[in-house]
Design a protein. Structure first.
Length: 174
């Protein structure tokens, strides 16, 4: 070092070259970070496109599988037969549709026995065994393990005693 505290020519050169090396390394890291960010953005866009393709493919498959049922309905409407034959045709269409939906994992919710709020919607209450399903208004369905539509039912409720102490309609007042 010189008397004024400045670095000597050799040390100044070494510091300059170290600074240039560190600057080049920083530029390299910045370039690497930008490439990684671009790769991640491309990955995100690609996975989003793949997801959309999978959903579109599944929708296409369901629609393609429903086309024969649509054909059956067209034939049932175009049929020039009596009511019994038409009913049979429509019943067959219903069976075809149900078979197709079952192949996708659709199952009916059972409605015999006890009311279960995780599977049933109670539309009304009627006189009968407490908590028992008395009547089915609309079928409910599972799709795989999930409930996709709750069964709409009438639920039994035990007959309540009159609060005024009346028994068999008689007045017990004296």
């Amino acid at each position: 070092m010189s008397e004024e505290g400045e670095p000597c020519g050799g040390e100044e050169e070494r510091l300059r070259s170290e600074l240039e090396a560190q600057t080049a390394k920083a530029a390299e890291y910045l370039d690497l970070a930008r490439r990684i960010q671009a790769d991640f953005d491309n990955f995100r866009k690609r996975t989003l496109r793949e997801k959309e393709d999978i959903i579109r493919g599944a929708s296409d498959r369901v629609i393609a599988d429903l086309l024969p049922v649509l054909d059956d309905l067209e034939r049932a409407v175009a049929a020039k037969t009596g009511e019994d034959e038409l009913r049979k045709g429509i019943k067959q269409v219903q069976l075809n549709m149900l078979s197709l939906l079952r192949s996708y994992g659709l199952r009916e919710i059972p409605c015999e026995g006890k009311f279960d709020p995780s599977m049933h919607d109670a539309l009304c209450v009627g006189e009968g065994e407490e908590g028992k399903v008395l009547e089915l208004y609309q079928k409910g369905y599972f799709l795989g393990p999930r409930v996709i539509r709750h069964a709409k039912v009438k639920v039994g409720k035990a007959k309540e005693e009159d609060e005024g102490g009346l028994d068999n309609g008689e007045d017990n007042r004296d």
